[in-house]
Design a protein around this ligand. Structure first.
Ligand SMILES: Nc1ncnc2c1ncn2[C@@H]1O[C@H](COP(=O)(O)OP(=O)(O)OP(=O)(O)O)[C@@H](O)[C@H]1O
Ligand SMILES: [Mg+2]
Length: 344
């Protein structure tokens, strides 16, 4: 098993191994207990949150044999032919057990004709058929289909839940990574367990010794330009409310504030260098595109050199305070307010 990628090796085999999605697990396991499994489901929600995994578990739980489990990837088989084949095949009783299960992944990609064919089947499904449509884009699934299925909306997974599961893998695989770094991996994954797991896999290859926060920053190119630009714009406009709202959004999106603060300090440094001497812009040509350099130049116009120097000091202190603060976002919020007040 040693060479198996983590996601194959640690794919949940039982309901207990599912993290998050409690409402879905509860409803489905109850339905199983009561023998009231539906004939058609729509699993919608963000990538890597367990849609395919739970679909397979449901198939396994109703005693569906591999021979009677059909997985259709609508992204590569958009056509009506596949759905027709499915419609023809569906008439025949299962080879073993009571059910035939059809998992249609990326269901939103089906063509209109394929949806129509599917609809006919959903109108009168044979007693032995269970359909599970999975999609990241539920709004693209026609209302006529949605009205015939039981819909479950999957949620992004909580950082703490992701960390807990990663922890088990770290132990089993003897991966050397500290808790801080593991949390950062989970926060970068933005609610997707698959992303968290594949990041861990990359890091393991990247650094066979102790994996640190710095490895992660390096590997992921840290925070993208757009995020620092938005905050910088708010400071430029002296818009404290906008800045604080935006910080809240970053947290919601799972951005690690320490990593963000570091990226922002780096951005302020660029503004400072341009203010010191516009020829220093050459130092940035490696890191920024031509358009991004223009944005930084424009932002530099609305700060005095003194403002920027102050802002860098304030942010550097704020970054160091995050760890100790009772409210992690507070030091950054204070920094924003202080910088805007200094400007006036
Ligand atoms: N809620 C979860 N609990 C436990 N493991 C999970 C969960 N969600 C995802 N995983 C793990 O992440 C991997 C990817 O999950 P899965 O294929 O079910 O995601 P998905 O929601 O179908 O994503 P996509 O929309 O990209 O197809 C699986 O191998 C599984 O091990
Ligand atoms: Mg899937």
């Amino acid at each position: 098993m040693g060479n198996l990628v983590l996601y194959r090796k640690y794919r949940p085999q039982s309901w207990e191994e599912i993290i998050g999605q409690e409402h879905i697990v509860r409803t489905l396991t109850n339905a199983l207990k009561l023998g009231r499994v539906n004939h058609a489901y729509l699993f919608s929600g963000p990538r890597g949150t367990g849609k395919t995994t739970i679909a397979r578990l449901l198939a396994k739980s109703v005693g569906c044999s591999n021979l009677d489990l059909l997985e259709i990837d609508a992204a590569s088989n958009r056509g009506i032919d596949e759905i027709r084949q499915l419609r023809d095949g569906i008439k025949f009783a299962p080879t073993a057990g009571k059910y035939k299960v059809f998992i249609i992944d990326e269901a939103h990609q089906l063509t209109k004709e394929a949806f129509n064919a599917l609809l006919k089947t959903l109108e009168e499904p044979p007693a032995h058929a269970i359909f599970i449509l999975a999609t990241t884009e539920a709004h693209k699934v026609p209302a006529t289909i949605v009205s015939r299925v039981q819909q479950f909306t999957f949620k992004k997974l909580a950082i703490t839940d992701i960390v807990k599961k990663l922890q088990k893998i770290v132990e089993a695989e003897k991966i050397k990574i500290n808790d801080d770094a593991l949390r950062l991996v989970a926060s970068y994954a933005d609610g997707s367990y698959r992303d968290a797991e594949s990041m861990l896999e990359q890091l393991r290859i990247w650094n066979e010794n102790m994996i640190t926060k710095e490895d992660i920053e390096e590997l992921l190119g840290a925070i993208d330009f757009e995020k620092v630009r938005v905050l910088s714009d708010h400071l430029q406009d002296s818009n404290a409310k906008g800045a604080i709202d935006y910080i809240g959004k970053l947290i919601e999106a799972g951005v690690d504030l320490e990593v963000f603060a570091k990226a922002f300090i780096n951005h302020l440094r660029k503004i400072m260098l341009i203010k010191v001497d516009s020829s220093l812009v050459d130092l940035m040509s490696q890191e920024l595109t031509v358009d991004q350099v223009e944005i930084v130049k424009k932002q530099a116009e609305s700060f005095s050199l003194n403002n920027v120097a102050q802002a860098i000091k304030i942010f550097t202190n704020a970054r160091n305070d995050i760890k100790r603060s009772p409210i992690p976002s507070l030091p950054i919020e204070l920094a924003v307010v202080e910088i805007i007040n200094n400007k006036i």
